[in-house]
Ligand binder design. Structure first.
Ligand code: SPV
Ligand code: MG
Length: 294
């Protein structure tokens, strides 16, 4: 059976994030940085791929600190979108600069077929949220302008803008996060992401208790991994992003396999722990390519 939802000759036309949210169920996304990673997210039954700035930077052994260019991130997101039939949600950090950069970004991403982006309210250049450093925010109205511009530049109805607040990451109160998200929704954001690096889900629960549900809420539960997805959904969360677990799994398992091979002198002890060559062929759609050849 094919692992893919579309055939080689058929252009994938993923459902929009609007459509997924409209169904009312929990939208589950997982992070990736490559076409292969995006295919694995789709194969595992997730609803969307998170084109993570942390993963894309780490894949180049660079910190997630606005070092790569928009073109680098766009290329990665497009490769992911081409490889799967579920929507790719592109993590576009601050929008790569100011308001004009946001306008350019939306035009480019939409034209290339990536119809969901997530813009965060930090100052450019930004640093990954888990790094212990300053995470200075832009003022609310500056960020609202970015959202308004993003929404006014989009061409099609499917384009979805997630406005992400880093208020809790920067040490502000839940009230500040709520105030910001309310303003971002008023500015036209299609959904809001409230990020937290708390070890508990308490700040998010407090946020949800004060949220009027005017647009869907997205969370990234990296530091509070015990919160059951169903419970989060019942509490008012519409989308959960497992942002970097694939990357961390890859690093750990590749390290273990390579160390074992080197120590043992052959690969026999790891053969039952690693994917078969046929599994890789399936991800490459080899059967479909061979049919093209015939
Ligand atoms: C990412 O995956 O790049 C994110 C989520 O933005 S986090 O790393 O938690 O900031
Ligand atoms: Mg990021």
């Amino acid at each position: 059976m094919s692992l893919h939802t579309t055939s080689l000759t058929e252009a994938a036309s993923p459902r929009s994030l609007h459509a997924l949210f409209a169904e009312g169920g929990l939208v589950r996304a997982a992070g990736a940085h490559s076409a292969l990673g995006a295919s694995l997210v789709e194969n595992a039954g997730f609803d969307a791929v998170w084109a993570s700035s942390f993963e894309i930077s780490a894949a180049r052994c660079l910190p997630d600190a606005s070092l790569l260019t928009m073109t680098d991130y766009l290329q990665a997101a497009v490769q992911m979108q081409e490889a799967c039939g579920i929507p790719v949600v592109a993590d576009v950090d601050t929008g790569f600069g100011g308001t004009m950069n946001v306008a350019h970004m939306v035009r480019e991403y939409e034209r290339e077929g990536v119809t969901a982006v997530c813009i965060e309210d930090k100052v450019f250049p930004k640093m990954n949220s888990f790094v212990s450093t300053d995470h200075t925010l832009v003022d609310v109205e500056t960020f609202c302008r970015k959202i308004e511009v993003a929404k006014s530049v989009q061409q099609g109805a499917d384009f979805h803008v997630i406005a992400r607040t880093e208020a809790l990451i920067d040490g502000h109160s839940v009230d500040e996060a709520l105030h910001r998200c309310e303003r971002y929704a008023e500015a036209g954001a299609d959904s809001v992401l409230v990020h937290s690096k708390s070890k508990s889900n308490e700040p998010i629960l407090e946020f949800l208790a004060g949220w009027d549900r005017r647009v869907p809420v997205v969370i990234v539960p990296t530091t509070y991994p015990n919160w059951d997805a169903g419970d989060a959904h019942r509490a008012g969360v519409s989308m959960i992003i497992y942002a970097n677990q694939s990357l961390r799994a890859t690093v750990r398992s590749v390290r273990e396999v390579l160390e074992t091979i080197r120590r043992h002198g052959n690969s026999a002890p790891v053969e039952d722990k690693i994917a078969s060559v046929s599994e890789i062929f399936a991800l490459q759609r080899l059967d479909e390519w061979l049919e093209v050849e015939e």
